[in-house]
Design a protein around this ligand. Structure first.
Ligand code: C2E
Ligand code: MG
Ligand code: MG
Ligand code: MG
Length: 278
């Protein structure tokens, strides 16, 4: 009896694993199809210069609306796109589209909005990463000074030297590099020491309780004074209410991004130039 119980639970476990694999395979199939059908889209979220209240630029964020009408959040499928390598082609598509949008907005508004694009570690690990980025920028006609690449700390430590070379090639042409989700990982400080970084984005988790937590406030204050001392720019992300904004102003953080100002919006809504039209 014990043996058959063991067998049953093995079968159950096996069945669950198969189900998970099937779901993953299905998701991967759907993802490939969505890419081929151009079901992906980019939304854009403002980054605001608080003292002047003006929009400094935008972050492009991938959106996938499944044909059945549900929106599948990036956190649910980008890891799979990374695991399967699809993120490299998707990443090129994102970069091209974001650059084209930025170029058009720049031409329409005659204003120098920056465009921030998220880059996966797998993209950065491609030996021709710098060439690809620079080719796409050139092809779209965007001034490279308006482009910002956002990287997270998931980069592999051992590829640090290669990453550094790739990033330096891109920076030589005026593109800037931002370190995303700063403080969330374990090696944030060693990254800003070793990689050519221009901008640091403070992770939302430090702002969530900044009104009540002296520790979080102290951490954010320290990050800001550190970053400004080494001439980097700092952006606080995930600012949702006025009290958070007030504290950030008090601390001297000039750039913020968050629902308080605006959610990520489709292209035709995100661009303030359109406000004059309607
Ligand atoms: P991220 O780059 O840190 O982007 C910021 C995320 O915070 C976005 O989530 C944005 O919608 C959300 N956010 C902004 N302000 C607020 C706020 O005030 N409150 C709250 N609760 N959330 C806020 P989203 O769009 O779901 O994207 C999640 C992550 O997926 C991104 O984090 C990024 O790591 C990844 N991602 C998105 N688009 C791309 C892409 O094109 N390529 C790659 N490789 N990754 C992407
Ligand atoms: Mg980002
Ligand atoms: Mg972030
Ligand atoms: Mg992130």
């Amino acid at each position: 009896r014990a043996r058959s119980n063991g067998k049953n639970s093995y079968l159950l476990f096996d069945g669950q694993m198969k189900l998970e694999l099937l779901e993953k395979r299905k998701l991967e199939e759907d993802m490939k199809e969505a890419f081929a059908n151009e079901d992906f889209d980019l939304h854009y979220q403002q980054q605001v210069h608080v003292p002047s209240g003006s929009v400094k630029g935008y972050e492009a964020l991938l959106r996938w609306e499944h044909p059945c009408g549900t929106f599948i959040p990036p956190s649910d499928w980008i890891p799979l796109a990374e695991e399967t390598g699809h993120i490299v082609a998707i990443g090129d598509w994102v970069l091209r589209k974001a650059c084209l949008t930025a170029k058009r907005w720049h031409d329409d508004a005659r204003n120098a909005f920056t465009m921030s694009v998220n880059i996966s570690a797998l993209q950065l690990m491609q030996p021709d990463f710098a060439d690809r980025v620079l080719a796409i920028v050139a092809e779209t006609g965007l001034n490279p000074c308006l482009l910002i690449l956002e990287l997270t700390e998931t980069l592999l430590i051992q590829s640090m030297e290669t990453s550094k070379n790739q990033l330096n090639q891109i920076r030589e042409r005026g593109v800037r590099i931002a370190l995303d989700d700063f403080g969330k990982g374990f090696s944030s400080l060693s990254y800003i020491k070793q990689l050519p970084i221009d901008i640091v984005k403070i992770d939302k988790s430090f702002l969530d309780h900044i009104e009540h937590s002296l520790v979080d406030r102290a951490v954010v204050e320290s990050i800001i004074s550190l970053v400004q001392r080494i001439d980097m720019e700092v952006v606080a992300e995930g600012v949702e209410d006025q009290e958070q904004l007030r504290i950030l102003q008090e601390i001297g953080c000039h750039y913020v991004q968050g629902y308080y100002y605006s959610r990520p919006q489709p292209e035709h809504i995100a661009f303030p130039g359109n406000a004059f039209v309607s």
